[in-house]
Design a binder for this molecule. Structure first.
Ligand code: ADQ
Length: 407
């Protein structure tokens, strides 16, 4: 039997206010992640590794750096018909407004779906760090003759007001869906957790088109808040538990499944810490399921002197003599002698001056941290020692291009 034809619509227009100031000049999917990635690379890698190669990326405001990144990193072969990652800016097809909401973004592009006439449409978010074989979810959807399938996984109850919460029925169908409920209901037999939607959906093409056409002209409609509750009443809506998903090459010590919504600074920082350690909760190196990004053509990193423990070093950097502990250093970063960097994320084209001390700090791109600075916990030694919660994370916003590097 021929494999199903899948068209992916990746929702990449999120403003990401809870990630400010990292999203002051870029959209959430364009925020740098790890030593060399952007957040959007995770969903795109999952799609391409799942052999889904027809991908539209629906962007909105502050999309310039996302567009540039996708052009550099995701120009997959145009020689093969049906292989593309194409950025779709708002076309204002229904009037002078930009995409109003997630459902509206897809609604304004129903023409693209019509043009490709796929068997199913994968409507996926782009704000998550995870590995997932999306084909397994497509098969699950087709085997059940579902109209819509929602990917989900159990999450701790205290985090669940941030998610769409599913009450599954005995037959695997979604019995109830509540978008970001104030008091989420735990799963039966699991009082500490509720079943949270990942914001990733497989739609049978006709159902998606008919539903969005019928919902017009209420353009402020959202997949979680409006589309799913409406479809539950009339259609076959199934839940796909990510725990069923088997991605090749996952190490025994990794969280299975690993999935993080990195929409807040705390979650973004924690996801970086998950990549560290001898047995990380999320192992970025998996040759069976690579995470792709752009091909950096600069030099390797050089360490002249220093002490580096449990850290990720991006390419093209220069460590002149520093103590670096549990940190992620991205590309073309210079760290001067006697700097002390502890649990930090240092982004591209940045200089950390001699003797600077940084703790639990995210330094955005293009910064020049003066010699002798003390940023983060170092400024208030002992302040949080008695507190049960970890010390807060300090952020140095993006500097001016050219103010950071050169060695
Ligand atoms: P949220 O993450 O709060 O909840 P939202 O902010 O609407 O949902 O973002 C969903 C995706 O759509 C993101 O990838 C975002 O970048 C993108 N997006 C938002 N507005 C857009 C627009 N106008 N145009 C294009 N893209 C847009 C959703 C679900 C919940 C689920 C969580 C999981 O609604 O049910 O639990 O995701 O994180």
């Amino acid at each position: 039997m021929a494999p199903p034809r899948v068209l992916a619509m990746v929702l990449a227009g999120g403003a990401g206010n809870r990630l400010l100031p990292l999203t002051a000049e870029r959209s959430k999917p364009a925020v740098p992640f790890g030593g060399r990635y952007r957040i959007v690379d995770f969903v795109l890698s999952n799609l391409v590794n799942s052999e889904i190669h027809s991908i539209y990326l629906l962007v909105q405001y502050k999309s310039q750096s996302l567009i540039e990144h996708v052009r550099r990193a995701w120009s997959i072969s145009h020689l093969i018909a049906g292989h593309f990652v194409t950025v779709v800016p708002p076309q204002m097809r229904d009037g002078p407004d930009w995409f109003q909401s997630t459902a509206d973004a897809v609604h304004q592009n129903l023409g693209l779906i019509d043009h490709h006439s796929p068997d199913v449409v994968a409507v996926f978010g782009s704000d998550h760090v995870y590995r997932m074989d999306i084909n397994q979810m497509v098969r699950f959807h087709l085997e059940r003759n579902a109209d819509v399938t929602v990917a989900a996984l159990p999450m701790p109850l205290e985090q669940c007001s941030a998610f769409g919460i599913i009450r599954p029925g005995p037959d695997g169908r979604v019995a109830e869906f509540r978008e970001k409920p104030a008091r989420p209901e735990p799963m039966p037999g699991d009082p500490g957790r509720a079943l949270a939607s990942m914001g990733n959906y497989i739609f049978s093409t006709d159902v998606l088109i008919d539903t969005l056409e019928a919902m017009r002209p209420c353009s402020e409609q959202d997949f979680g808040r409006d589309v799913l509750p409406r479809l539950l009443r009339t259609h076959r809506v199934y839940v796909y538990d990510l725990a069923l998903n088997r991605v090749p090459g996952i190490k025994p010590y990794e969280d299975q499944p690993y999935w993080r919504d990195v929409g807040t600074i705390d979650a973004y920082f924690a996801a970086h810490m998950d990549m560290l350690g001898e047995e990380p909760r999320f192992e970025i190196f998996n040759p069976n399921w690579p995470i792709y990004s752009d091909n950096y053509l600069g030099p390797d990193t050089r360490i002249i002197d220093g002490e580096v423990r449990d850290s990720v070093l991006g390419a093209g950097s220069m460590i002149r003599g520093a103590r670096i502990n549990r940190s992620v250093i991205r590309r073309e970063v210079v760290i001067e002698p006697d700097a002390d960097i502890d649990e930090c994320i240092i982004m591209d084209y940045t200089v950390i001056g001699r003797g600077a001390k940084l703790r639990r700090t995210i330094v955005d791109r293009y910064n020049n941290i003066p010699p002798g600075s003390a940023i983060g916990e170092e400024r208030h030694p002992g302040r949080n020692q008695a507190a049960a919660s970890p010390p807060p994370i300090t952020i140095v916003p993006k500097g001016k291009r050219g103010s950071g590097l050169v060695y």
